[in-house]
Design a protein around this ligand. Structure first.
Ligand code: UDP
Length: 194
């Protein structure tokens, strides 16, 4: 169930079906999954950067974030069911994690923003287990850092480094993990920290 826009296969689903039939079961089964929430900017970037295109094509789910994608599929005569925003998915993931004892690792944004985003998340989602956090201006390819994240065995890894950088980081390191939902969340920590 997908609709292809410029070589990118978008998952054709609704938010509730995605959460209940894909994401939550993946967490419960301790499986691995890579989610890309793609707006038109991301699709355009895949045309300019072949490596990034491969990264996006390696995702388990590419969700249509932005009305531009929905409109494009309407014009193709194969409309996607629903717009699925990254920030909304992040909210549901955090809520579900807090309610079910899944741990979350927060990577990205400025140190202050990262710290505050984690504090606010703990307040907004009582019981949330934080596996760890790291701001986005450290060397995120440092082996000691990667080991720290891997050994924390997070159920969810949120990566807020801006598009491309965040998806490429996930692509580079997801194989090191034996479980986890991995998702790039753009500037969301700056919002969550506000
Ligand atoms: N960022 C980061 N490290 C970098 C570059 C950016 O942590 O080397 C963070 C930045 O602080 C901001 C987010 O990534 O929180 C980028 O947000 P933006 O809204 O630009 O994301 P996009 O719209 O590109 O997905």
């Amino acid at each position: 169930r997908s609709v292809t826009v410029m070589d990118i296969d978008f998952t054709n689903t609704s938010m509730s079906a995605f959460l209940n039939d894909s994401l939550y079961p993946c967490l419960a089964a301790e499986q691995k999954c890579f989610i890309v929430t793609a707006n038109p900017e991301i699709v355009i970037a895949t045309r300019q950067h072949p490596d990034f295109k491969k990264t996006v094509q390696s995702a388990d789910y590419v969700l249509p974030d932005g009305i531009g994608i929905i409109n494009a599929t309407k014009m193709l005569g194969k409309p996607l069911e629903e717009r699925i925003c990254g920030v909304d998915v992040m909210h549901y993931v955090l809520e579900h994690a807090a309610q079910n004892g899944y741990s979350v690792f927060f990577i990205g944004a400025e140190e202050n923003s990262n710290k505050k985003a984690v504090e606010n998340a703990k307040e907004k989602y009582p019981g949330l287990l934080v596996a760890g956090r790291m701001h986005g201006y450290a060397d995120l390819n440092d082996e000691a850092f990667i080991k720290t994240v891997v050994e924390a065995r997070p159920d969810v890894v949120l990566v807020a480094l801006g598009m491309m950088r965040q998806e490429n980081w996930i692509k580079d390191y997801i194989d090191r993990f034996d479980k986890g939902v991995f998702m790039g969340v753009g500037g969301s920590f700056d919002v969550l920290s506000g």
